[in-house]
Design a protein around this ligand. Sequence first.
Ligand code: NAD
Length: 477
Amino acid sequence: MTAYDPKLGLYIAGEWVTGGARDAHDVLNPATGEAQGALPLANADDLDRALEAADRGFKAWRKTDPAERAQVLIRTAALLRERAEHLARIATMEQGKPLVEAKGEAMFAAALLEFHAGEAQRIYGRVLPRPAGTRSLVLQQPIGPVAAFCAWNFPIMNVVRKLGPAIAAGCSIIIKPSEETAGSAVEVLRCFQDAGLPGDVAQCVFGVPDQVSRHLLASPITRKLSFTGSVPVGKHLAKLAAETMMKTTMELGGHGPVLVFDDCDLDKTLDTLVAHKFRNAGQVCIAPTRFHVQAGIYDRFAEGFAERTKRLKVGSGLEKDTQMGPMANARRPSAIEEMVEDARSVGARVLAGGTRGEGDGFFFTPTVLADVPLEARAMNDEPFGPLALLTPFETVEDAIHQANRLPYGLAAYCFTENGRRQNLLGDEIEAGMVAINNVRLSWPDSPFGGVKDSGFGSEDGPEGVAAHMVTKTVHMM
Ligand code: NAD
C-alpha cells in the first residue's frame, strides 16, 4: 500500500508543533473515504504565538536585501522540483486528483516562485520632477504581516501562490491552508524551511476555519488578507477585514462561460474542452461550466462532448491510467447530485454520467447535461464538480449576454476563427481572464483574478507582489 507519510503539524516561529492537548482533524483519502492521518488544530495560544512571530518576522524580513529574498525563493523552487513526486503522492492521497496532475501542480508552483524571485528585485519606486536640490520620492514598501486562507483544490499550488509573493515583497505571513489537504501544505512549508527561510517569516496553522480567521483578522498585527475559496466565505472575510481597513486580495469562485461559434475547429475544440472540463474532477475556480454553443453546431457538439466524456477513465488518482479521480470530500458528490436532480426536474437531458460512483470513495461520474434551462440551479450557482451544462444560442449578442448574465466574473472561454469577433469578445466579456481558442489562463507572469463577485485583486504577474506593497511619498525640500 502506498504510504501517506507527511508529519502533520503546525509551523510556528520556525518550529513544528505536533500533537499535545490539541483537538485533531482526520485527513481522509477521498478515493476510499478512510482516515489516514491526524492533524493537530491550533488553539488560541498557538494563534497568538503565530501573530507574535509574524510581527517579529516582518520587522526583520522587510529590511533584507531583495536579492537574498530571491535566493530563498529560487532554492525553494529547486526543492519543489526535486520533491515533486513525493509532493504529488501526498496531494493525490488527500485531494484525489491523478498523480500526473499533482506533479504538474508542483512543477507549476516552482515556476511561480522563480518568477516571484525576479519580481522581488524589480520593486521600483519613482523620483518626481522637482527643482534642483530637492526631491520627492515615491517608495513601495511591504504592507506588513499577511493572513492567508486557501482552499483544498490545488493543495500545493494554492499555498505557494500565497507564500511566494508575500515573501518576495518582504512581508511575513500566517497561512491557514485547508485542513482537508494539510499534508501537502506541510510539505511545501518544509521546502521553504529547508531552503533557509527564517523561522518567523512564514507560519502555517490549521484549526476551525471561522475561529482562526476571526482571531487573525481581529489582530492589529495583521495588515493584509489574502483568500482563495468560495464567494460566501470571501464576502464574510472581507467584512471582517473592513473592521481594520485591511488590504485584501480575494480569489473567489467562478461559473466559466464557454462560447462556441459555428466557425470553430469542432473536433479540436471538443478534445480541448473535455480534457479541461474534467481536470481535477471539475473542482477548479476557472473550470469551463456553461457551454453556450451556436445553434448550427449544437447537436454535433453535444454528441461529441458526451461521447468523449463517456470514454474518460475514472478511478483512484494513484492508478497510472486514471484520467479523473474522486471528488475531494463528501460534500462535493452530494452537491453535484442535487444539482443534477434539480436540472432534470426542470427539463435538462442527461447525455453522460449523472450518478455517484461505486464504492466508499467520493466519486461522481463525469456528467453532461444538454438543453439546461436558465432556471436550473446549476446554471446559476457554481457546481465545482464534473458537470458540463450545454445550451444553444443564435447570435454573438445573445452569447455575450449569456456570458455576462451571472454575478461571477472569473474565467471565460471563446472558440471562433473570426478575428473581428475575437476582439469583440475580448472587449465585452465581464471576466478577469478570457481565453480565445485555448484554455490556458494561468501563467507565472500573467495576473490571475476575477471581477464582480469572483473577487478583487490579482495573484501572479507583477501584480501579485504589488498587492503586498503600500505606496509612501517622501518630500525632501
Ligand atoms: P467552503 O467555502 O466552506 O470552503 C472553502 C475553503 O475556505 C476551505 O478550504 C475552508 O477551509 C475555507 N474556509 C471556510 N470557511 C472559512 C472561514 N470562515 N475562514 C477562513 N477560511 C474558511 O467550501 P467547500 O465546501 O470546501 O468548497 C466548495 C466551494 O468552495 C465551491 O462551491 C467553490 O465555490 C469554492 N472553492 C473555490 C475555490 C477557488 O479556487 N476559488 C477553491 C475551492 C473551493
